[in-house]
Design a protein around this ligand. Structure first.
Ligand code: ATP
Ligand code: MG
Length: 288
């Protein structure tokens, strides 16, 4: 029996998910020591314990209840994950799982892979994709350095993780199909106790306020009084913008919050409407 009043979160020990996972926890105000080589660490100010593991092992540990939660790529969750819940998408470690073939080969469509051999570390996701598309291929499972398979005559194509595509290119390959778009996610055990679920709710609340903060900017600007209404129209604000008079009656200071996605567009409209002295400040946490 694991202790019910503490959550166990499995994080990748060393790799592409580690740093962003640890940062997310730290930004959520959860303090713990993560010295190198440590396999376990308990927070000093939140009922959570961390297990540092290889990412491939995390889905099984979560399914078995050795850990209640884990942070992994969707690619790993789909490939290895059985009996786990997807709790939350985290928006970092974005990459895709793609099919690639030798650069010089002609590609006219998925039929290229009919009866072909494909090297991959993701046999399950690949098999599902091929089945859905009516392609019969020989899947060659290898655990690493998949991209060299065609050049050593092991396979005529590969199915592997891509982010910029430079690894494929330097191995003489070109990307031809995307099978899955992936990002880091929190996965969870399906039989968590109510006590653990309520700690999870608190954790998610913190993570969401950090994420909202990152997706928004605090903006301060000066607006001429005669343009005030027009400028306020352009600013959503959390309820509505704050307007403060300046000592000079012809000017006002306006404070508001803008979403990252519409940021540059709004700034341009504000300038055109006569706003001056625009300051943009990052938001650490945002609670609505
Ligand atoms: P481990 O030793 O823990 O098994 P690994 O070598 O399997 O690590 P990493 O290369 O650290 O795994 O990648 C971890 C996850 O990060 C991948 O499963 C994927 O979701 C994501 N990822 C992989 N490559 C990239 C990339 N180039 N950019 C962004 N995210 C990536
Ligand atoms: Mg791994």
């Amino acid at each position: 029996m694991t202790n019910n009043s503490i959550l166990r979160l499995a994080i990748q020990r060393k790799g592409r998910l580690s740093e962003d996972s640890l940062n997310l926890i730290k930004e959520s105000g959860i303090k713990f020591s993560s010295g190198t080589g440590k396999l376990k660490s308990k927070s000093r100010n939140f009922p959570i314990e961390f297990l540092f593991l290889r990412d491939d092992d995390i889905p099984d540990y979560v399914a078995d209840g050795v850990a209640d939660l884990g942070i992994v790529g969707e690619n790993v969750a789909l490939e290895k994950g059985k009996n786990i819940d997807i709790v939350k998408k985290l928006g970092f470690s974005k990459c895709r799982l793609s099919l690639a073939i030798p650069k010089e080969a002609e590609y006219l469509g998925l039929q290229y892979f009919q009866e072909a051999s494909i090297a991959t570390s993701y046999p399950k996701i690949l098999q599902d994709f091929l089945d859905k598309n009516g392609i019969f291929a020989d899947i060659h499972e290898i655990s690493g350095s998949v991209e060299i398979a065609p050049s050593i005559g092991l396979a005529s194509g590969v199915c592997d993780i891509v982010s910029s595509g430079s690894t494929l290119l330097s191995n003489g390959l070109k990307e031809v199909e995307t099978i899955l778009n992936s990002e880091a996610i929190i996965i969870g055990n399906q039989q968590m106790s109510d006590e653990k679920k309520s700690i999870l709710d608190k954790l998610l609340f913190r993570i969401e306020s950090v994420q909202k903060g990152k997706n928004n900017k605090y903006i301060l600007l000066n607006a001429p009084t005669e343009k005030l209404d027009e400028i306020i129209e352009l600013l959503p604000g959390m309820r509505s913008p704050t307007v403060l008079p300046l000592a000079d009656k012809k000017w006002n200071s306006i404070h508001s919050v803008i979403n990252e996605d519409e940021f540059w567009e709004v700034i341009e409209k504000l300038r055109n409407a006569g706003a001056e002295g625009i300051l943009v400040v990052p938001i650490e946490k945002m609670i609505l």
